[in-house]
Design a protein around this ligand. Structure first.
Ligand SMILES: [Zn+2]
Length: 434
């Protein structure tokens, strides 16, 4: 591998309050950061990248991704006959190939938008596992991306994702057996869906209906923990959050306010809440014609969003880690908008820009248990690095366009994700209204 120097940059030091360290040279050799020194003459054997006046920060970490879709609103996975046909197709030999290409394109878009590590929380028929192996073998456009994957999610019959990205079973023993299967197949963690969401709510003001029993959730958590794996749970109501906390879930995905007792349990387990503003805001605030949600679903989206934000505020106040992810593949959740999640998180949570930047990098790395490997630009750590033309501490939209980047030492000269202009226009408008 070639060796590089990012020369004379401003370094955003996420380990120390996002302090800006001017005039630094960052030496990159192989997959790691060799050293960081005050700007000086470059020795021979290095390719010098002039970064004067530019900004260096660690690669983003996206904790909540599905790779099977683009984020363009579509009826194909909205249930019914079209969905059944599509799901039958992707299980044929030819369909499998197409699905492989789709998830790889998604992963490449994530990477080229500055995401150097992602956690895929429920994908179709082992496509995430196959992609991860391919990348680890140095193949394809997403080479360099670090992936954590769950394989198919698990839920009870009728639960969130049932019939698409989740397998279902009723008996706790059967669910525990499926955990074993997923781990044997290569899952890094287990994803379950405890509650429903916005689309399947039956009452106005009551989204996130509980779909899994305590016995079912406990059986999954116990087996996963026995196998040394963590459990991430889709939760969109207070009652669901209580079950998650009580039965052993490690990360509450999306989230809702927790009681004092539940906060204590989650904290003891060193658990976390992973906020997803990317699906929440468009569902709640875009016009019905765009989201195709009925009035009740739009109202419930606002309820879910407020609950998630309130929950995350309480978690942070209780010293519990809060992370972020984009829920890519959901309507309006593209594979290249982690930068937008950081911006929306900052505004909706009303936290300093520095806090949002920290969470999107080192904070998320800590939740994954890999903060010794990545999450900050430091000597000896993996070369997961973004070079930005503008200062992200002044304006987070500086993250939208990346000059160049490194992912586990792979240099990407011009990272340009494939964007969908019409969706961008709608999301930009939402940002203006925040
Ligand atoms: Zn999700």
């Amino acid at each position: 591998m070639k060796k590089y120097i990012l020369s004379d940059c401003n370094l955003v030091d996420v380990e120390h309050g996002c302090a800006l360290l001017p005039h630094r040279d960052i030496y990159i050799g192989g997959k790691v950061i060799e050293k960081i020194v005050p700007h000086g003459d470059a020795p021979q054997g290095y390719t010098v990248i002039d970064a004067s006046g530019k900004f260096v920060m660690p690669g983003l970490i996206n904790l909540h991704v599905h790779l099977f879709g683009t984020g363009r609103p579509s009826k194909a996975l909205g249930g019914g006959k079209a969905q059944q046909r599509l799901l039958r197709f992707v299980q044929t030999a030819f369909g499998k190939k197409i699905l492989g290409k789709i998830v790889e394109a998604s992963a490449k878009n994530q990477l080229y938008s500055g995401v150097t590590t992602l956690r895929a929380v429920g994908d179709l028929f082992g496509s995430d596992i196959a992609l991860k192996r391919r990348i680890e073998n140095g193949k394809g456009g997403a080479k360099g991306l670090r992936m954590f994957i769950s394989g198919m999610a698990l839920t009870a019959p009728g639960g969130h994702g049932a019939g698409t990205f989740a397998r279902t079973a009723s008996s706790p023993e059967e669910l525990a057996r499926m955990v074993g299967e997923a781990v044997s197949a290569g899952a890094d963690f287990v994803k379950i869906c405890i509650t429903g969401g916005v689309m399947d709510a039956k009452k106005r003001g009551e989204p996130g209906e509980v779909k899994m029993t305590e016995e079912q959730v406990r059986a999954v958590c116990d087996r996963a923990h026995a196998l040394g794996k963590k459990v991430a749970a889709h939760v969109q109501s207070e009652r669901g959050a209580e079950i998650a906390a009580r039965c052993g879930v490690d990360t509450i995905e999306h989230g809702a306010p927790l009681s004092g007792e539940s906060l204590r349990l989650l904290s003891e387990r060193n658990g976390a809440q992973v906020v997803t503003c990317t699906p929440a805001l468009p569902n709640a605030r875009l016009p019905h014609e765009a989201t195709k949600l009925n009035e009740m679903a739009a109202y419930n989206s606002e309820v879910v969003m407020r609950g998630m934000i309130e929950g995350a505020r309480r978690a942070m106040a209780a010293g519990i880690a809060v992370g972020m992810g984009t829920d890519s593949s959901c309507p309006f959740c593209t594979q290249y908008n982690m930068w937008r999640e950081v911006q929306w998180f900052q505004k909706l949570m009303d936290v300093p820009v520095k806090t949002a930047l920290y969470i999107a990098t080192l904070g998320n790395a800590e939740i994954l248990g890999i903060s010794d490997v990545t999450g900050s630009v430091r000597e000896g750590k993996s070369a997961d690095i973004l070079l930005l033309g503008k200062n992200p501490l002044e304006d987070l939209s500086a993250l939208r366009d990346i000059d160049c980047m490194f992912a586990q030492g792979r240099f990407i000269a011009e990272p340009r994700p494939k964007r969908m202009p019409e969706i961008e226009r709608q999301l930009d408008k939402l940002t203006e209204e925040l």
